[in-house]
Design a protein around this ligand. Structure first.
Ligand SMILES: [Zn+2]
Length: 311
């Protein structure tokens, strides 16, 4: 089975992860612009970060047979440094329309402060102006209220629910998100967010045509959100396996672990299945700004088994 991980922070992961992910069937990833942990001190660091999302990281993934896309945005947490946030907002239009950018994101709320709301709304207005999709990060605390308010704001700013992916859902938010017609993404992340066994039950429960006649399983998306925290870049294929083991129909597994992400994000025209079904040939001697992905190694590393023994 082929998989898409539509929310993973590869800049925090190693090249070895790309190798393993490809072996487990991940053909494409989406990397949302994110908070790096270390507070950033000036807008220039965002510029370099956004450049690496559309540049080096896209190249690095391609060298291991994975198609890389990204979303560009100011993370909710970072909206609280207002002087910096205002400068970053000015930068966004320069990156939002670059090749491989599939949405404005991840944006939304963290503590639901006034500053977060202000910069969230400004980014929704930008998405509307550029006719782009939006990826929403729902907060860890007050998730239900944060998700509701995020959806209200999207409608207020004229976005259609079909253009908005609400992420980090759980059992508390899923009904409202699906009921209002938004894409409902779930992050399989250890300890917080969603567990893979719980995810199986969500798909079992919503994997049917709802009373309103909506085919909910067609709007559920599974991702890993793997980042610099303790997290798993194989969360999507592992959850798919667990779904199959526990009797979820294969057609539903394929929908939530591959097809729905493609359907949602291909609306931009920036992402299409032919990107990985007819890939360009990979030569690891290729360079990006004068650098290859090799760190003194021989080109042609294709499989984890090439690394079983380090002689
Ligand atoms: Zn994220």
């Amino acid at each position: 089975m082929m998989f898409i991980d539509p929310h993973i922070h590869m800049c925090s992961r190693t090249t070895y992860d790309y190798l393993v992910m490809r072996e487990y069937g991940i053909v494409a990833v989406i990397e949302p612009a994110f908070w790096l942990g270390q507070p950033r001190t000036n807008a220039g660091t965002f510029k370099d970060y956004f450049s690496s999302l559309v540049g080096w990281e896209r190249f690095r993934a391609s060298q291991f047979g994975i198609q890389h896309y990204c979303t560009i945005g100011l993370n909710p947490k970072e909206a609280n440094n207002e002087a910096l946030a205002a400068e970053v907002i000015e930068l966004l239009p320069l990156y939002a329309c670059k090749e491989g950018v599939v949405a404005i994101g991840e944006i939304g709320y963290d503590d639901m402060t006034e500053a977060e709301d202000k910069y969230f709304c400004q980014q929704l207005a930008l998405a509307k102006e550029l006719d782009m999709l939006v990826l929403i990060h729902t907060p860890h605390r007050n998730k239900k209220a944060g998700a509701s308010q995020s959806m209200d704001r999207c409608i207020e700013y004229g976005l259609d629910p079909s253009q908005v992916v609400i992420d980090h859902n759980n059992e508390e938010t899923v009904e409202e998100v699906l009921g209002r017609g938004f894409w409902a993404a779930f992050t399989i992340y250890p300890q917080t967010k969603m567990g893979n066994a719980r995810m199986v039950e969500v798909v079992r429960k919503y994997g049917c045509v709802s009373a309103a006649g909506r085919d909910n399983v067609r709007r559920i998306i599974v991702d890993s959100s793997a980042d610099w925290g303790i997290s798993d870049p194989l969360a999507v294929p592992k959850t798919a396996q667990l779904m199959l083991d526990r009797g979820i129909p294969e057609e539903h597994v394929r929908a939530v672990c591959y097809e729905n992400a493609l359907a949602a994000y291909s609306q931009t025209g920036q992402m299409k299945a032919s990107d990985w079904l007819n890939p360009q040939s990979v030569d690891q001697r290729q360079m990006f700004s004068g650098n290859s992905v090799l760190r003194g190694q021989e080109p042609g590393i294709k499989s984890v088994s090439d690394y079983v023994l380090i002689e």
